[in-house]
Structure formats: structure tokens, C-alpha cells
Design a protein around this ligand. Structure first.
Ligand SMILES: C[S@@+](CC[C@H](N)C(=O)[O-])C[C@H]1O[C@@H](n2cnc3c(N)ncnc32)[C@H](O)[C@@H]1O
Length: 334
């Protein structure tokens, strides 16, 4: 099969140099969607005046933030610097939200690099006027660290609220199966077990999600070049639980534009930002591509395939199972 993915952009500065020429936003600029009023901004999530410019007079009811947390993405910043930086973007986030709002933060640990900002982040959050409501675990299918450590197959998602925001999990149908046996009960003189008694084979969403496939190159929603893409299904679940149609959702770490696209699909409006013009451009193009084709990503291609051609590769073993790590053989601007 013909395959023309972008490799991981964090490992290919020479490709990023080419892509920058194709980006419509420069730092500080904001793109406004002419159709639904979404906005994409090239700015620092922790810069409150820039965020104020993005928001205008609007306030979001829901923020979904997925900051970089590993040392590779964050060079060699120390933990206390990371937390001080987190304080700035949380503060900017809260300045952009309505009095009754929900804040979700994806934050994990990098098992390989021994970087675990999660407890420090949770303690830091106590100084903000928000209430910690839940701590969700998303179980990945694939992991790493099987030889010398427990395989890392988990992602953490913190859920905070301010005031009394909407919470609508009842409307949610999931694919989360009943996995645990037990709860024996006598019914009609016979011993039955909960799996055979229950009518539904699935449960409503609790704070452990095991029904979401993480993004990898074979999925339609894959955006090659992106190395930290969240699944649409997870973002859709958050959006449906914590906002209603027409509401404004924010995400200041756009990357592949998952929140923007999920908001579009669920009839919400999204203001999103990324510090890197390339990820702003990818987010805008992903939205446009979806509107044009109905596709949620570029399974075998990429967002810049009309202008930038990578040496074509068939996928006979050249691609890594993890998001877009094929090595291109040649790069040229058309
Ligand atoms: C973990 S990724 C987000 C992934 C995203 N949720 C998705 O599904 O594609 C983090 C993103 O934050 C961006 N970023 C890093 N520092 C930033 C900052 N100070 N302000 C805004 N964006 C930043 C990076 O360029 C990267 O695209």
C-alpha cells in the first residue's frame, strides 16, 4: 500500500524548517474560522495577555489541557521550573473560563526519564480556586518497559471544577465492558454471577476508561508528524460530559488539533492555541480536511502532502507501530 506519512516532527528539525514556510500563522497571530467561529492562535499558553487577546470577551465552560510533560519535550527543565510554568498556564486558563467551569488536565509520568510531575502538580493546584473532582485513568493498549519495569499502559487525566458546572455522564454510552467476575447472588434457588445477571455488557463511564484505542498509524484519525496525539473518543467523552451544544471549549496545547476537531464534530465552538506555528497549521488543516472529506486524519498521508513530498515508502516494515516514525528518504518542496 502506498504510504506517505510525516515522521515525528520533534525528531526532524530539517522537516520543520520546510514546514514553517507553509504555516499561515506567526507567533502572536490568531486564525478565525469563517464557518463556525473556532479560533486557532499561535501563542504561549502561559502568557495571560495573549490569552486575553484570543478570548476577546468570551469565556469557556470547559478547558481540556494536555501540556508537554516529559523531559524530551521539555528539554532539561527542572521539576520546580515545570511547576512554576504550570502555574502560569493554569492561571491563564482560569482567566479564560466562566465562573462555572470544568478543567481537565492530561498529566502523566515519563517512566523512562524518571520525570513525575503529577504529585507536585496536584499540590500546586490546591492554591487555585478549583475543586478536585476526579482522577481518571485511561488504559492504553500498547505500552513500553516490559523487560526491566512494569509496562507503562496508563494515562492520567485530572478533573477539576470551579463553581457548579454541567456534568452529563448519564447521556454517555460506552464500550467499557464488564470485566470483573464476582457479586454472586441466589436467584430462583440458583447461584448466579453478576456477568450472567446483568442485561448490559457494558458500564457507564467511571474513572477508569478501558475502551479507548490510543492513536497509532493504522487509525484513520492518525495525524502523522504528531507525537502526542490524544484519541478523539477520549476528548469527545469529556466534551459531552462537561459541555452542551454551542458551548465554548478551550485547549491551549493544540498539537494535532484533536480538541478543535472533536468540538466541531460535537457542535461546540473551540478556541485553541499552540506555541509552534506548525501545530497551529496542522490543527487548521485537520479541521479543513475533515470538512472537505469527512476524514478525521491522514492515515497514509499528512497535512502538507500537496506541497511537501517525502520519499514514498511502502509500509513493508518501515513504519514504527507508534505514531508516524517512518524515516523519509527524501524531502522536497513542490
Ligand atoms: C502533548 S501535546 C498536546 C496533544 C494534543 N492534546 C493532541 O491531541 O494532539 C503538547 C503541545 O503543546 C505545545 N506547547 C508546548 N509548550 C507550549 C506553550 N508554552 N504554550 C502553548 N503550547 C505549547 C507543543 O508544541 C505540543 O504541540
Amino acid at each position: 500500500m502506498h504510504s506517505n506519512p510525516l515522521p515525528r516532527l520533534d525528531e526532524h528539525p530539517e522537516i520543520c524548517q520546510q514546514l514553517r514556510k507553509l504555516c499561515r500563522l506567526r507567533p502572536g497571530e490568531i486564525w478565525t474560522d469563517p464557518i463556525r467561529g473556532h479560533k486557532v492562535a499561535c501563542m504561549d499558553a502561559g502568557d495571560t495577555p495573549s490569552i486575553a487577546a484570543l478570548m476577546g470577551g468570551d469565556r469557556a465552560v470547559l478547558a481540556i489541557q494536555d501540556p508537554p510533560y516529559n523531559l524530551v519535550a521539555f528539554e532539561t527543565r527542572r521539576l520546580d521550573e515545570y511547576i512554576a510554568w504550570s502555574q502560569r498556564w493554569v492561571s491563564a486558563t482560569l482567566s479564560a473560563t466562566a465562573p462555572n467551569c470544568s478543567l481537565y488536565v492530561w498529566l502523566g509520568a515519563d517512566q523512562r526519564d524518571h520525570f513525575q510531575p503529577l504529585p507536585d502538580f496536584m499540590v500546586m493546584m490546591r492554591a487555585f480556586p478549583v475543586q478536585a473532582r476526579s482522577f481518571i485513568t485511561v488504559r492504553n493498549q500498547r505500552g513500553y518497559g516490559t523487560q526491566k519495569n512494569w509496562m507503562a499502559v496508563r494515562q492520567e487525566l485530572l478533573y477539576y471544577v470551579r463553581g457548579n458546572p454541567i456534568f452529563n455522564v448519564e447521556a454517555e454510552y460506552t464500550d467499557i465492558p464488564k470485566t470483573l467476575r464476582g457479586y454472586y447472588k441466589d436467584v430462583g434457588g440458583e447461584r448466579t454471577e453478576n456477568l450472567e445477571r446483568s442485561k448490559a455488557g457494558t458500564i457507564r463511564a467511571g474513572n477508569v476508561w478501558i475502551d479507548i484505542q490510543q492513536v497509532f498509524y493504522r487509525l484513520e484519525e492518525n495525524v502523522s508528524g504528531c507525537y502526542a496525539q490524544k484519541p478523539l473518543k477520549a476528548i469527545d467523552r469529556i466534551i459531552k460530559a462537561s459541555s452542551k451544544p454551542g458551548d465554548l471549549v478551550i485547549d491551549f496545547f493544540a498539537h494535532s488539533g484533536t480538541t478543535l476537531l472533536a468540538a466541531e464534530m460535537a457542535g461546540r465552538c473551540c478556541f485553541t492555541a499552540d506555541i509552534d506555528p506548525i501545530f497551529c497549521e496542522i490543527s487548521i488543516r485537520r479541521l479543513e480536511h475533515y470538512r472537505r472529506t469527512g476524514r478525521t486524519g491522514w492515515q497514509n498521508g499528512h497535512a502538507f502532502e500537496h506541497e511537501l513530498q517525502l520519499g514514498s515508502l511502502d509500509d513493508a516494515g518501515t513504519e514504527s507501530p507508534i505514531n508516524g516514525s517512518t524515516t523519509p528518504t527524501q524531502i522536497s518542496l513542490l
